[in-house]
Write a protein that binds this ligand. Structure first.
Ligand code: SF4
Length: 453
């Protein structure tokens, strides 16, 4: 047993007891993890296969490792998602958000509305906007760079966390430039960081089953490493609970770890459960052996093994309230997680896939989950700089806490896909001249009574 002497004695005893009761193979791996050794793919695969007794030891080990890195602090970010179009040329089997450009539910937000959403978020205390979208056909190659520049011009201090590796690759192809030149353009325009989405499982055979034609493992790795080389940090993710095996999950974690060893540009790792109910590959049974998302047991193991395999390499493991729901997300704080993600304000990708947990969570609610687990909530920047540590709950509600009482003021995905003025009609880029959502609501209620919300 190799737990540090300074660690809480009850924790030491509890973990020791749990590890001693699990099977010797698993016990050896967990002991190695506690001594700081790197856990191999073979060992990761064994950990994913643990039973319920092993599960408790797994959780406790992940919790000790989390405690060493992050202490009692659990972080969150105040942010807003802006998914500016759902029109996409790809047909990923898990995606219920995208619309083919001919479908009548395709939308594209005018630039005015994108900036209005970012400004409103800033006014309510957000420090980040997360900008991601579908890949519209015939798009201007410079679109992502232009959007970044326009938003930064309007709100210079806002951190733009935007454009997945798939989008960066698409932008570079559409503008006939290289990935490095495109990323350099994004950097000069003011991008703050890239989301490490579009990763799903970084095993090519799995990608070929669930999303043929999507960015390849090699291309994903190239975009991420190039971003890091240029000093643009990224996050990292996995989508699990569909057709992947335990070994493929462990292989994915090893890939993230190997990428991290090159430049240490990854800020966090976020396991994301597959949301099945509206996903085309589930509804149409397109992939043999498809599962209806991860079970609760699987979700806990995914987060715990992530902490254990990424130990010493990625400091922050985030649990997603969007995918797992608030109750399970809270419990994941006892399985290696130290971050609960963001307020989001306009979550639409998981909502369109059938997730039931809403489009936003106000900061006071995030802090409540954290404090309830006996941990200390802290608001962070996108890049994990602690902004406010809340030893005590503030006396007054924050602006977003108050605004969240009426989530419809922020618009919803259901509303967006029905709004005629935001309809996608083959545009190459968002128009500067389009109306904003409040203008539309005003026009609508002046003419025929509000049908927009
Ligand atoms: S996941 Fe992204 S690339 Fe794939 S269909 Fe959906 S929006 Fe398009």
């Amino acid at each position: 047993m190799t737990i540090d002497d300074n660690e809480v004695p009850y924790l030491y005893q509890a973990v020791e007891n749990l590890i001693d009761t699990t099977n010797p193979k698993v016990a050896r791996i967990l002991d190695r993890a506690l001594s700081g050794s790197e856990i191999t793919i073979d060992e990761g695969e064994i950990l994913f296969g643990t039973d319920s007794v092993g599960l408790l030891a797994l959780m406790a080990t992940a919790d000790v490792l989390r405690r060493r890195v992050n202490g009692d602090t659990v972080t969150y970010v105040v942010n807003r998602n802006i998914n500016f179009t759902n029109v996409c040329i790809k047909h990923c089997g898990f995606c219920a958000f995208s619309r083919d450009h001919r479908e009548e539910e395709g939308y594209l937000l005018p630039l005015n509305e994108i900036i209005r959403r970012a400004q409103e978020a800033w006014d309510l205390g957000a420090t980040e906007i997360c900008v991601q979208a579908g890949l519209p056909p015939k798009m201007e190659g410079s679109l992502y760079i232009d959007l970044t520049r326009e938003i930064k011009k309007a709100i210079p201090q806002m951190h733009i966390h935007g454009f997945s590796p798939e989008e960066v690759l698409y932008g570079s192809i559409r503008s006939k430039s290289t990935v490095i030149d495109y990323l350099q353009g994004l950097k000069e325009a003011g991008i703050g960081s890239l989301p490490g989405t579009s990763a799903e499982i970084l095993v090519q055979e799995v990608r070929d089953k669930i999303s043929p034609g999507r960015i390849t493992v090699e291309q994903w790795q190239n975009v991420i490493l190039t971003a890091h080389e240029l000093g643009i940090p990224t996050t990292s993710t996995i989508m699990f609970g569909h057709v992947e095996t335990h070994r493929e999950r462990a292989t994915h974690l090893d890939k993230i770890r190997e990428i991290q060893k090159v430049h240490y540009g990854i800020t966090e790792f976020v396991p994301l459960s597959f949301v099945h109910s509206e996903a085309p590959m589930w509804q149409q049974n397109l992939v043999e052996g498809i599962q209806p998302g991860a079970t609760g047991l699987d979700v806990v193991k995914m987060h715990a093994v992530s902490r254990i395999m990424l130990n010493n390499f990625v400091d922050n493991i985030q649990c997603s309230w969007v995918k797992e729901g608030p109750k399970l997300a809270q419990m994941l704080l006892a399985a290696g997680c130290n971050d609960v993600g963001g307020t989001l304000i306009n979550e639409s990708i998981s909502t369109s896939a059938g997730a039931q947990y809403g489009q936003l969570v106000p900061p006071s609610e995030l802090r409540h989950w954290i404090r309830d687990m006996g941990r200390v909530p802290a608001r962070r920047s996108t890049l994990y700089k602690l902004e406010t540590v809340y030893e005590e709950e503030p006396l007054n509600l924050e602006p977003l806490d108050i605004a969240a009482a009426d989530p419809m003021r922020f618009g919803s995905y259901d509303q967006l896909i029905k709004l005629e003025p935001f309809r996608y009609e083959g545009q190459r880029a968002p128009s500067l001249k389009g109306p904003t959502l409040p203008e539309l609501v005003q026009m609508d209620s002046a003419s025929k009574g509000s049908k927009l919300v």
